[in-house]
Design a protein around this ligand. Structure first.
Ligand SMILES: Cc1cc2nc3c(=O)[nH]c(=O)nc-3n(C[C@H](O)[C@H](O)[C@H](O)COP(=O)(O)OP(=O)(O)OC[C@H]3O[C@@H](n4cnc5c(N)ncnc54)[C@H](O)[C@@H]3O)c2cc1C
Length: 505
């Protein structure tokens, strides 16, 4: 593995999102002195928080998987999850509601899920689920260490027996078709393949290897931190500060000072911070601009779809909702075509409805409820641009409300007492390229060693981290990304650091 040469005693981490916090913890654990510079007043970045009228609203991720990676980050500084964060395992992980009126609770316990599938779709499908689960476990085992939790210096690194194992498992086929070999029921296929959207690719085109995300949520488990998702970055920042990390909030990095090929200082709007090395976690275009160099690629980068989020604080709730409910529209392939090809808004939307107050009522005032509705939408490169969204936003909010009222949440409009709408206008204002917070899509040419690297030619002591670089988008992956960035500076660990909880379930 290529490691940064020269002195690396004091590292400045730009950004206190989850990747930056992970990098900071792993660097502190390896004895480095660390300064974290963050433009916002709080840690978390995309995993942000808005506190308003007694509601504590998480603005980003809601589905927390692979908590062992969080544990690894705490362990780096001698802390533990138990000291810092209370996680609740969600059961069901999701409630899937279909256009035909049927519904399935997705349990991560194998026996409970098999029984649920049998009741939902019969014994043959339950047998298929059992085989699917075992395949997902093997897929995860083959991929994690070699292809996800790995610093790539060359695509040749792929040439390993695990690549053959991955091919033998069908990892290079198409996700939807592979899932269909195990479960033929159309609704079950959706439950185990919709996760491709997290990677920004339709299930019909995504590599089957991406079923590893379905391993993470439907097998290894979905968790929720008491106090809300933002409790995660808060706990990580506290652990880093307790280990000696120096946090400078409310400062935007404007430029990097160089001497030859080394960054010698990070210059913010308020101060100049000398450094031996830098970890950059902003969106790629921002990091490349700071570095003064963007690597050339054979093809332009393609971004993931974006999302509109409706935050609704209400004076009532709906008993059919679970913590996470996926409200599937009848349309499926055409939905992905609209999101990734034609750039239209979903005409028959599939929506993720999260009600965090199911698990932690303290996130809303007494007797009130919080709902977070995520509607995927095209990014601004292929869909409506920022200018159009300014007008479209309020109209789309009304349209969404109509869908929700007709499906899961009759009377929603009248029940709302606190509301927030987030559209690609807001994502763009935060500096996210193509108006999407989900970064560069995980198409094959943008995956593994082909994804933008965490080292940038021409700068000897800067490393990138975060969802734009390897391994990719999502809480587990950016936690790994921060760790991988730290390893570029400190060298690889002497022993493997991650465990595989859940694989033996
Ligand atoms: C709406 C939404 C829903 C999601 N849902 C899920 C989910 O359910 N499950 C899941 O696993 N993942 C989910 N994700 C993805 C996941 O949250 C992200 O991939 C991850 O949080 C990104 O972390 P990051 O560290 O790469 O980037 P960021 O969180 O963006 O961190 C970068 C930090 O750098 C700071 N910064 C930028 N420029 C500067 C500068 N010039 N100077 C100083 N600081 C700067 C930013 O303020 C930010 O804090 C979701 C994301 C969003 C937005």
């Amino acid at each position: 593995m290529i490691k940064i040469k020269g002195p690396v005693d004091h590292v400045v981490v730009v950004g206190a999102g989850l990747s930056g916090l992970s990098a900071a913890l792993h660097l502190l654990g390896a004895g480095r002195s660390v300064t974290v510079v963050e433009r916002d007043a709080l840690p978390g970045g995309r995993a942000g928080l808005v506190a308003e009228s007694g509601y504590r609203i998480d603005t980003g991720p809601t589905v927390l998987t692979m908590p062992d990676l969080v544990e690894d980050a705490f362990a780096a500084v001698g802390s533990t999850m138990a000291d810092r964060l209370e996680l609740v395992r969600l059961d069901p992980a999701y409630r899937a509601r279909f256009a035909d009126g049927s519904q399935l609770d997705v349990h991560t316990d194998g026996a409970a899920m098999e029984a649920a599938v049998e009741q939902f779709a019969g014994a043959r499908q339950a047998g298929g689920y059992r085989r699917l689960r075992s395949w997902l476990e093997r897929l995860y085992q083959v991929q994690m260490r070699r292809f996800i939790d790995a610093n790539f210096d060359s695509p040749l690194q792929l040439l390993h027996p695990d690549l053959v194992r991955l091919a033998a498992l069908g990892g290079f086929g198409r996700l939807d078709a592979r899932i269909g070999r195990f479960v033929s029921d159309e609704r079950l296929r959706r439950v185990f393949s919709f996760q491709a959207l997290y990677a920004g690719v339709p299930p019909a085109r995504a590599l089957a290897a991406y079923a590893v995300i379905a391993y993470m949520d439907t097998v290894a488990g979905v968790y929720f931190p008491r106090g809300g998702m933002h409790a995660l970055p808060t706990a990580m920042a506290d652990a880093a500060a307790d280990a000696g990390g120096d946090f400078r909030y409310g400062q935007t990095v404007k430029r990097l000072e160089r001497s030859g090929d080394r960054i010698t200082a990070v210059v913010t709007d308020r101060e100049r911070i000398p450094c031996d090395a830098v970890v950059l976690t902003p969106d790629l275009p921002v990091s490349y601009r700071l570095l003064g160099h963007a690597p050339r690629r054979p093809l332009p980068l393609r971004h993931s779809p974006s999302a509109v989020i409706l935050h609704a604080g209400t004076d009532r709730t709906w008993p059919d909702l679970a913590h996470h409910t996926i409200s599937f529209g009848a349309a499926w392939k055409s939905t992905f075509r609209q999101l990734t090809r034609t750039g239209e808004l979903m005409s028959d939307p599939s929506l993720l409805i999260t009600r965090p107050t199911t698990t932690d009522p303290s996130l809303a005032p007494p007797g009130k409820h919080l709902h977070y509705i995520l509607a995927p939408c095209p990014n601004t490169t292929i869909g409506p641009g920022v200018h159009e969204w300014r007008e479209l936003g309020p109209r789309y909010r009304d349209e969404l409300l109509g869908w929700l009222e007709r499906r899961e949440m009759p009377g929603l409009g009248a029940a709302i007492e606190q509301e927030g709408l987030v559209t690609p206008v807001d994502w763009s204002a935060q500096g996210h390229a193509a108006g999407t917070p989900f970064a560069v899509a995980h198409t094959f040419p943008q995956t593994g060693p082909f994804r933008p690297r965490n080292l940038v030619r021409g700068t000897a002591n800067a490393v990138l981290a975060g969802c734009g670089t390897t391994p990719g988008v999502g809480v587990p992956t950016v936690l790994i990304s921060g760790k991988l960035a730290a390893q570029r500076i400190t060298g690889p660990p002497t022993a493997p650091t991650h465990r595989t909880r859940g694989t033996a379930a």
